[in-house]
Design a protein around this ligand. Sequence first.
Ligand code: SF4
Ligand code: SF4
Length: 95
Amino acid sequence: MKSVKPKLKTSHSKGNREIVADVSQCAGCLTCMLRCSFHKEGEFNLSRSKIKVRKLVGAENEFEITFSPDCDACGVCAVYCPYDALTRRKVKEKV
Ligand code: SF4
Ligand code: SF4
């Protein structure tokens, strides 16, 4: 079977903010998803999170991290990640 090789780092930007996920640091605790849904939707609900952490089977990395288009890169998920897998940084806005 062909193994899947997902990217180690994924990112999502909005305006001059960017959130970067380093999958190699992720422990799959899902704290980021719960914190995002609580901050943005007012409830701890994994299905309403704008960051998705998915466990992979038969892949080089154990997890995959993706962001939905309406993530505004606020950085709340990064503040609460206990494993420093998420970072928010400022970037130059594209013109
Ligand atoms: S940056 Fe904000 S909106 Fe985007 S996934 Fe993290 S908490 Fe949710
Ligand atoms: S909070 Fe951090 S370690 Fe936990 S699932 Fe999210 S990115 Fe991974």
